[in-house]
Design a binder for this molecule. Structure first.
Ligand code: FBP
Length: 554
């Protein structure tokens, strides 16, 4: 296989481990206090009688090699995130440290591989080829939902054939929720298969007191911040363009917030703030226009606007519209599929939406209307990455500026470019942070397995400090759950972590927003560095730094 010079050099990087794992994954566990759920504990207890209330576990000194080898399986679920291969490397090395005859099987293409018995055995040659690389291409990922009894039974019979006693599900909140359903089912049926989760998503919205980051967030934000910095420098050099940059993050705006803290753009929209202020689309555009005019009056007809991918669903009128569209497209899927062409579809939707939402829908440009009607993902979510919010905002701002110009209230020039950064960052070679964190998450998962535990998420904490001070263990997945309404039904789900408006990262943004809007205070972070001084290579995200600062003060 031909690889780049950097990849070859980087493959030799030795990911850091916390001291407790340095002699192998066959550790002793320390049992903490029983846990509850984040909310609706009675209901969660009823739905997960075997898992609810389990204690948090941490590790202490090693026990040497175990008597028996373990066969385990791993699946990658959902969108790619930098560091996935290092999670697999961590599981592999952890299992081999437990017993040289342990085996790891990688199910191909996500949860569907486990159901359809498509797998490879992961060997040391394969692991070595993929250490410290980005992407999920070693075994690939998928978005099949693993939640039906028939799927669990098929998975069990496939695992039995391979002698698999434990499965690691590497995924986001929905995938880890399903991992917990699987753990519960296997416990209830004495299947003899443990299930362990690993927190993955560039979106950064699977985090809480015990899971301080989802892996991939660090690297993805650094890649986007490099690109934003480059665009800012271009904007500041050419001084003639406004750049509207949409950043991935299907729901929460953590990526946008982190990138803003790294680069200091002129305008940063945060979905959670928009919801809190109950802003309409029109009001958001009015505020953008006010900044454009203010800068133009100083001769600065350029700037940068960051737009979170999930913004559209935070605008109250749009949120209602999307919820109605989701219901309508789910209920009337057959009739909708039979319609011919866009105009029939638009007429159908307009007819069924009800007065208010129909008004909002028809006031949108036709391309946005069409994007809102596209297929949902397997979890029933609208695919926000396909909606051109950045173009919509730029177009609406342009129209308003034209009106102001006609009214003699604006004399500047407005030319806009739009960008969408998402896929560019999801498979980047992991930063030191993600390379180390992921390897430790995988190794921790092996340690949870060797102790016979199930229904836990791998947890590595204190990651703002050097790895010598990291704490690792397992957190019961039920502890992160609450009941939410999904597709008209109450369901137990891991609570998504949205941007906290009273959290230090958002407060830090607020402190500077007025200044960054009118002045040009850009920061140009440059590319991720894999070699060089620790202060450059081992930087953590501003989000983690600020969240930890707040915790240490309280
Ligand atoms: P996960 O939460 O599954 O990791 O995916 C996150 C994400 O990258 C979002 O930011 C984005 O909206 C979505 O995946 C895109 O999905 P797809 O890869 O199916 O286009």
């Amino acid at each position: 296989m031909k690889i780049s010079v950097l990849q070859r050099a980087r493959s030799g990087y030795v990911a850091k481990l916390p001291p407790v794992l340095r002699n192998g994954a066959h550790v002793r566990i320390e049992i903490g206090a029983p846990t509850s759920a984040i909310a609706n504990s009675e209901k969660i207890a009823e739905l997960f009688p075997n898992n609810f209330g389990k204690p948090e576990i941490t590790f202490s000194s090693g026990k040497g090699q175990a008597d028996k080898p373990i066969n385990a399986g791993v699946i990658l679920s959902g969108g790619q995130a930098p560091g996935g291969h290092n999670v697999i490397a961590g599981i592999f090395d952890g299992l081999k440290s437990i017993h040289a005859d342990s085996r790891l099987f990688g199910f191909l293409g996500g949860p569907s591989g486990l159901i359809d018995n498509k797998y490879i055995e992961i060997t040391s040659k394969i692991v070595d080829d993929y250490r410290n690389t980005g992407g999920f291409d070693m075994i690939a990922s998928g978005r099949t939902k693993l939640e039906e009894k028939e799927q669990f039974d098929k998975a069990k019979s496939n695992c039995d054939t391979l002698g698999i006693k434990a499965i690691v599900v590497v995924g986001g909140d929905d995938s880890n929720t399903n991992a917990c359903l699987l753990a519960e089912y296997y416990e209830a049926t004495n299947a003899g298969i443990q299930v362990v989760g690993c927190p993955k998503t560039i979106d950064g919205d699977l985090k809480n007191e015990f899971i301080e980051a989802s892996f991939g967030f660090d690297t993805a934000c650094k890649v986007y911040s490099e690109l934003i910095g480059n665009i800012q420098r271009d904007a500041n050099s050419a001084r003639k363009y406004w750049h509207f940059i949409k950043l991935m993050g299907r729901s929460a705006s953590h990526i946008t917030l982190e990138c803003a803290l790294q680069t200091h753009p002129n305008i940063t929209l945060i979905g959670e703030e928009v919801l809190d202020r109950k802003q309409t689309l029109d009001e958001i555009v009015d505020e953008i226009v006010a900044t454009i005019v203010e800068r133009s009056n100083k001769g600065d007809d350029f700037g940068v606007v960051l737009v979170p991918e999930g913004l559209i669903e935070f605008i109250p009128e749009m949120k209602t519209l999307i919820a109605k569209l989701n219901d309508l497209l789910a209920k009337e899927s057959n009739s909708f599929a039979g319609l011919k062409g866009r105009s029939e579809q638009l007429a159908f939707v307009n007819h069924h939406l009800g007065k208010d939402s129909s008004y909002v829908f028809s006031s949108l440009p036709v391309n946005i209307q069409s994007q809102l009607m596209l297929d949902r993902d397997p979890h029933g979510n609208v695919q926000v990455s396909l909606i051109d919010t950045e173009k919509l905002l730029a177009e609406m701002a342009s129209l308003k500026l034209m009106e102001l110009k006609n009214a003699g209230k604006y004399e500047g020039k407005f030319a806009a470019h739009s960008h969408f950064f998402g896929y560019e960052g999801r498979c980047a070679a992991p930063s030191n942070y993600d390379a180390d964190y992921c390897y430790s998450l995988g190794y921790t998962a092996a340690a949870i397995m060797t102790n016979g535990q199930t229904g836990y998420m791998s947890s590595v904490r204190n990651t703002n400090k050097p790895a010598d001070q990291w704490i690792c263990g397992g957190i019961p997945i039920t502890m992160m759950m609450n009941i939410e309404r999904r597709h008209g039904k109450d369901k137990p789900v891991i609570q998504k972590a949205l941007v906290k408006l009273d959290g230090e990262p958002f407060i830090e943004l607020q402190r500077h927003q007025v200044q960054w809007a009118s002045e040009t205070s850009y920061i140009y972070p440059g590319p991720i560095q894999y070699f060089g001084p620790s202060e450059v290579c081992d930087q953590i995200t501003k989000t983690l730094e600020l969240e930890k600062k707040r915790q240490s003060q309280s």
